[in-house]
Write a protein that binds this ligand. Sequence first.
Ligand code: ADP
Ligand code: ZN
Length: 729
Amino acid sequence: MTDPLLAQLKSTFGYDTFRPLQREIIETTLAGRDVVAILPTGAGKSICYQLPALMRSGLTLVVSPLIALMKDQVDALVAAGVPATFLNSSIAPEEATRRRAGLDAGAFRLLYAAPERVMLGGFLADLRRWGVSAIAIDEAHCISEWGHDFRPEYRQLAALRRALPDVPFIAMTATATPEVRRDIADQLALAAPTIFQASFNRPNLRYLVTPKKSGTSQILEVVAARPDAAGIIYCRSRQRTEDLAAALAGAGISALAYHAGLDARTRSATQEAFIRDEVRVVCATVAFGMGIDKPDVRFVLHADLPKHLEGYYQETGRAGRDGLPSDCILLFAPGDIAQNLRFLDELPEDAAATARRQLQAMADFAESDACRRKALLEWFGEDWPHASCGACDNCAAPRERFDATVHAQKMLSCIIRIHQHSRRSVGLRHVVDVLRGSKSQKLIDLGHAELTTYGIGADTSAQAWMSIGRQLIRSGHIATSDDRWQTVSVSALGREALAARTPFSLTRPLLVEPARASSATSELACDEGLFQALRALRKSEADARSLAPYMVFGDQALRHMARTYPLDEASFLAVPGVGRQKLADYGAAFTAAVATWLAANPRLDFGPPPSPKPERSAPEETPSTVLESVALFGALRDLEAVATARGLKVATITQHLVTAIERGELDPDPRDFYAAEAEVELRQAADEHGLAALGPLHGALGGRYPYETLHLFRALQRRAQRSASSTMP
Ligand code: ADP
Ligand code: ZN
């Protein structure tokens, strides 16, 4: 191998190829430039500063917010043969003195420290003496008040930059809205940093939304269907985490509860047990998360509806950091929306309004029949240029639609009748009660039992009616007030549809359970018996060194071993995740275990191991399907007409056009997509909310513009910006 970066990657970390952006980030920081890297969880951020630390002279300082995580990271590095250490309040004074002596002697390549240490007297002088040559800021979003995890101590890091102006910074995070990203660069006073932003898609995660049943049997089934798999179950309340953990334990599944009401000792013991594979399932509130660096979490189950999509993305993101297939399961009951809304009543009104919008987006996600991955990525402002992801419930088994014309007409006219009769606004629930002919006293007192629409929908369940109502809200036929009552009215669009007898096709409500979740797909096939034997060996080797099992080898490495049956050094070294140090420490034990296994069991044939994906893909040609849409659009100048002509969805045609605009192959007139007045409104909203994420923009515009329009608007804006900046002197 002549490539020094690849050689280092293999010999220390045991990997043969870089993940996307790793090489680019490493080369940029080694060139002495400041870097901001925004990569999703599991993308492999650590290697982006750990590997350069080994390639340059001097010490790399890593600022990390969590003491527990620091120890894990250093343990993992030492296990890979990298001289690393940490300084924080958890170590005894004699030990700290020893470590400082080591640092004075230049014995370490990486030093981890918490941000508050930076302000301790003399630390900056220490850093200069120790020859700090690079500074990595982990979880850099903690510096921003805009982020979900603001830590005031992070603000002090600017002092580092002032004290060490020539040392390159590398700031890493898995979350960054445009505000947070700007804040990171500003607060750290970075010098024209190179920004790397990876796709937030997590290809190995499967997203499933399942109708929730009451009781715990459904959750027990999900867990029991995944034997040996580590998982996190997120619950709404502390009480529920404890009840669920007890129910799981009662069913013979090792499980513990975790929430902020438990004392610090219990919490860290639970965390430790989870990381060391001593407890399989943690039932937790959202308090459980950031300190969890466990790469082999195979499922994240949301037993209750999360409050917002950001949280949902972060929490599901804790599954499958090692890149192996993992499931994200959301149990959804429409009643959860109401339950969450009730919590919001205690907030001050403007905070509550924001929270309600976020909750609405979350509920829309859960009820939508569109690709979950696409919906998530679009919320974060990313295009997902594929019709189907193949790995979410809606793509795997498209939801059935039904002719809901009569239902929609009944509901819309019922809302109109209520308004005419009482001149007052009511919530969706009340409309449903009228439709179903409820005998509630309040309804009768209001005189709503005399309406012509009273009881005309008794044959349809309340749940189905609520679902229909929410779909009509999403489609803009029903408008809702922004206050806590969320009263409903029929919009102009709704009146038009009613007058024109427009047919409605809606998604059948999620009432019946779809086909049972199959086990994770495309996992590296291997000799499962040997895999289990190697897991047991991994656990005992880890315990002997008081390490977490994943620090010895990841599941991926064990699966490779259980497929290639390495019996000698050369074949053991070929296993991804095996570097020089791991070979020296574990080669003998693991090859012996394989030999023992083969003495008693047949060798199974799985063919050659799958080749890893290349780190960089060549720039692609514009696909012919895009060109075809562009040509048709040139002739027809109407999205729907192109969609009809090609037998594709409008959304797909939109993607084609956006691609063509971005590639400079189409320069359309914006008037083909939106009127001049609309453009003014879109611009105003974009100035306020930015264009990075379309979800907030869509919400801010009250859902009046479909995502297709927003995508086209963004593409045209970006094109305009590009051509403006390229003509600047
Ligand atoms: P992040 O901090 O971005 O969530 P980590 O740095 O914890 O991600 O890496 C996630 C997992 O991916 C770890 O198990 C790590 O060893 C593995 N990994 C990182 N880079 C590579 C690579 N180039 N090839 C294979 N595995 C990798
Ligand atoms: Zn999908």
